[in-house]
Design a binder for this molecule. Sequence first.
Ligand code: RUB
Length: 314
Amino acid sequence: MKQLKETARKIKSMEIRGAGRIARDAAGELLEYSQRIANDDIDDFNKKMKFAAEMLVGTRPTAVSLPNAVRAVMRYKGATVDEAKVDIKRLADGFIAGSENAVKRIGEIGARRVRDGDTIMTHCNSSAAISIMAEAHAQGKEITVIATESRPRLQGLLTIKQLDSLGIKTSLIVDSAVRYFMKEVDLVVMGADAVTVNGSVINKIGTSQHAMAAHEARKNVIIAAETYKFSPRTLLGELVEIEERDSGEVLGREKLAGLPNVSVRNPAFDITPREYIDLICTEVGAIPPEMAYVIIKEFLGWGIEEMNSNPEFH
Ligand code: RUB
């Protein structure tokens, strides 16, 4: 229980962050938690697993990869605790390996869209987006990257360090300079926390500004997103919740003291409508955003009928 709570805390506080890593670590925690349950009673075991699943899912509301990962592990079957543990291990290991492989495959598929000499703009810190840039670079294409700071948590600094360690030339810019630099850009590559059935993309706050500035300048926007970031719930018309984080992340609490009329808003993500996205690059292929339903139905296994008949979604 202590370790479960610690993992939940780390996801909430963003020590563990980025939608893919959140999903892999949640699956890994469910596996470890299950193996630590000493009780032989299967009903009690199932209850404990459900409790753990709910605790993990409740940590961050926007990354759809999190409930998708938890659901993938919670499909376990077993008449006894031992059987259940074996099945959980199979499912969790399968999810984690599949996820790592997906990020690699996205790199290979996405790199085909990058040309030698391209300047790529990116936002925040997405392992799937970086995989595309890393693969293009590994193929010998000379690319330059423009990366935004991504306030307030400055994930852009993680991105520039990763790109630098790969030997990719990168410029860091403030978030408000996106439109200013767009004329120098050939391609915008960003990640996703969630993709809706209609092809809208939810990603770090500011993503939609990148996409709109790119659209205005007639530059292509590629979203790198594993299939488990697509949201089955949006098939039922449900909206993806946008996480609003503590105002202290923006200004530091002390700076607000003595300003009784001021408040700070801190949404962590925004929604980019599909009109501003050219391609969503998944591990099963690059698709136009209009094809998001196909991913949800064919690759996640949730069609409209399955969703409507599953009590979990109501
Ligand atoms: C991270 C973020 C990333 C996506 C995709 O937000 O918006 O672009 O999660 O990342 P936060 P990845 O820092 O708030 O978690 O491709 O690594 O899954």
